[in-house]
Design a protein around this ligand. Structure first.
Ligand code: 5GP
Ligand code: MN
Length: 338
């Protein structure tokens, strides 16, 4: 965050504001962790603030302190709209273009108040007056820690803030193993543990929440895996029928895509998940090394994200989507086998 932006935020927060904090649609650990951490920080400073999530999120994130105060834009629509109408400042966290917030897009687009972006994705659009955008960061939670530091308030990081930030850094770094994990990331995590972050319980609450249905769905996904050795690629499909047969609940497929990368020699892993209700196939892409799934998702599947983790979608049927995907690979053979 540059000095000018820090000065501008300090100026904003020197007055009482009505603050709306927004994560992206289908929020993950980093999105909920960062928005709740910022919410605690601002409320502790005496500001009026509310987190409004575009839609619901998995149960394994709902233990986080402050969760009960999050408004769900789909479920609590009129209350959420009222808060947005009253807002004097909007913070958007863990995304960088308003197309990532679903139905909230049109409501926020029309709002004439200062926006503050805190985000680590590629190619930010320019809706925010104050931008803290850094693609080298492991997570938005690491950036919220930095933000609090810029404000001169590291000593005000409470147990609640520490737990929220630890969660998002943990989930976005694949438990501290992705390339974006730096010495600084570990030093921040160490400081959060010193401030009380309950690291062992957090791992347990987020990762040890399987239901029998989810484990069976994982079995189904692994059985469906297609391995294309010649492209060092593995992909998984899950049809709506298969999801229904395993009492699918939101969040159940989280992490499935990573199994492809545990195969020796595989550097590109994909999961295609059919969503009949939305009429799309939702896609997650992961890679190891230099192959940019962000560029791949952007070029072919209306998506984006990071170099090694991105998402996108397709309006074709599940079968047509995977056929199309396979047909693309020949153009990437050199990159994938380099
Ligand atoms: P996931 O595959 O876990 O849903 O997402 C991986 C990364 O890609 C996340 O950083 C997420 O924000 C981003 N991402 C997921 N879906 C989309 C999408 O449809 N569009 C864009 N631009 N980014 C996405
Ligand atoms: Mn993130």
């Amino acid at each position: 965050m540059n000095l000018e932006s820090i000065k501008a935020v300090k100026q904003l927060l020197s007055q009482p504001q009505k603050i709306v904090i927004v994560p992206h649609k289908n929020p993950d650990g980093d999105a909920i962790g960062s928005t709740l951490a910022l919410w605690h920080y601002l409320v502790d400073r005496g500001q009026e603030a509310v987190v409004i999530a575009p839609n619901d999120y998995p149960k394994f994130l709902k233990w986080m302190p402050g969760n009960e105060n999050i408004l769900n834009f789909e479920r609590e629509n009129s209350q959420a709209k009222e808060k947005i109408a009253e807002a004097t400042v909007v913070f958007t966290l863990d995304f960088n273009h308003l197309g990532r917030i679903g139905q909230m897009q049109s409501v926020l687009e029309d709002l004439a108040v200062p926006f503050v972006m805190i985000d680590h994705h590629q190619a930010p659009s320019d809706y925010a007056e104050i931008m803290y955008s850094d693609v080298s960061m492991s997570s938005t939670c690491e950036m919220v820690y930095n933000f609090i530091e810029f404000m001169g308030d590291v000593d005000k990081i409470s147990l609640e803030i520490a737990n929220c930030l630890y969660t998002g850094i943990m989930t976005d770094t694949g438990s501290f193993k992705f390339r974006s994990t730096t010495g600084r990331t570990h030093r921040i995590v160490a400081d959060l543990i010193d401030k009380g972050a309950e690291n062992t319980q957090i791992h347990h609450r987020v990762y040890d929440t399987n239901t029998p249905g989810r484990l069976h769905l994982l079995g189904c996904a692994l059985k469906n895996m297609v391995i294309l050795d010649q492209y060092r690629t593995a992909y998984i499909t899950l049809s709506q029928e298969e999801l229904d047969a395993h009492e699918y609940q939101k969040g159940d497929t989280e992490g499935f895509v990573n199994y492809g990368l545990t195969l020796e020699g595989i550097i590109f892993a994909v999961i295609f998940i059919e969503n009949k209700e939305e009429g799309i196939v939702k896609i997650s892409f992961r890679s190891i090394g230099d192959f940019s799934v962000n560029e791949f998702a952007r070029a072919h599947f209306e998506g984006g994200g990071h170099n090694n983790a991105a998402g996108g979608k397709s309006d074709r049927s599940l079968k047509e989507t995977t056929l199309f995907f396979e047909s693309l690979l020949v153009n990437y053979k050199e990159q994938l086998t380099a």
